[in-house]
Design a protein around this ligand. Structure first.
Ligand code: NAD
Length: 288
């Protein structure tokens, strides 16, 4: 594949940035991949494993001369990082992010950026329960979706180039309005993570009360279902802090459904449970 950006800089060197660095270098998509993370330990690890072509000790130094800047830090840090790098951006550069929430990132990053750079927010729907600089791998984005929320009037050339990079890393792209993104992700990712964390909490209570070995001997259902509860607590704290409106909406709907099922179980209403599971199984099967 051909080089799409001469110089890309990744801010934050964890799972997503690390995977982008590995993918861009493996597929020859960038002339030079630079990196910066706030913690010296993370920068040292990134240097040691050769994650990027260069690792810098300041964000300002890292972004100098960059054609594409990728903000890959926790969502709550996006605005602060944008403010740090804004005075050092090359005119005509593109800034994107990979945050799991979009409305709050648009609001926290956008106002800091000068008008002569292109800001195209994004979110790869790809991840694992691991985090940090050692967790990235080149194939993370293969055949996964990467959502973009380009604001109205986005420069079409800048957008086309970013799309080329994302496709080059193996992902499929869809454009979405930020508010719609946050609602869709609340249903498909955010609330499921919350429920998984909660199930682990419930199992822990049970274990304390009964001294049974719920977790150790847990059935595959529990282990599969709660795998995502091993995800990074900072990332997920931020997701719920920054996407509270959509999360609370979906959580309210979820609770209502749960009460319906709870009542059906209490009343011994087998036909209602059967009808509910038949309907939702058909929906689930039609999705994948
Ligand atoms: P991670 O914890 O693996 O890495 C985050 C990195 O950001 C670390 O290197 C940390 O040192 C650095 N960092 C934190 N605060 C910083 C700051 N103020 N300045 C500079 N660097 C800072 O996290 P990740 O999983 O790669 O997530 C990064 C972003 O990608 C988040 O916004 C997250 O919402 C999003 N995302 C994550 C997943 C996932 O499944 N993990 C999927 C899609 C998108």
């Amino acid at each position: 594949m051909s080089v799409i950006y001469d110089r890309v800089v990744l801010i934050g060197l964890g799972l997503i940035a690390g995977s982008m660095a590995h993918a861009m270098r493996a597929f020859g998509l960038a002339g030079h991949v630079a990196g910066y993370a706030r913690s010296a330990e993370t920068r040292d690890t990134a240097r040691r494993i050769g994650m990027c072509d260069s690792i810098h000790d300041s964000a300002a130094e890292a972004v100098a001369g960059a054609d594409l800047i990728v903000l890959a830090v926790p969502v709550s840090a996006m605005g602060e990082v944008a403010a740090q790098i804004a005075p050092h951006l090359k005119p005509g550069a593109t800034v994107t992010d990979v945050g799991s929430v979009k409305q709050s990132v648009v609001q926290s990053v956008g106002p800091h950026l000068p008008p002569n750079v292109h800001f195209i927010p994004g979110h790869p729907l790809a991840g694992t329960e691991h985090s940090g600089p050692l967790s990235g791998f080149a194939s993370l984005f293969q055949n996964r979706w990467w959502l973009l929320t380009p604001p109205e009037g986005t420069d079409q050339q800048a957008l086309a180039r970013l799309r080329d990079l994302i496709r080059g890393m193996g992902a499929n792209i869809e454009d979405m309005e930020p508010g719609h993104h946050d609602l869709v992700l609340a249903v498909t990712s955010h609330v499921p993570h919350l429920i998984a964390y909660t199930m682990v909490g419930v199992a822990d209570h049970l274990r304390r009360v009964t001294e049974s070995e719920v977790i150790q001997y847990s059935a595959a259902g529990f282990r599969d279902f709660t795998r995502i509860a091993a995800s990074d607590p900072i990332m997920w704290r931020d997701v719920f802090m920054e996407n509270s409106e959509a999360t609370l909406d979906i959580l309210g709907r979820f609770t209502e459904e749960l009460f319906v099922l709870q009542r059906a179980i209490r009343m011994g209403d087998g036909p209602q449970l059967h009808e509910y599971f038949t309907r939702t199984r058909a929906i689930r099967r039609s999705i994948i």
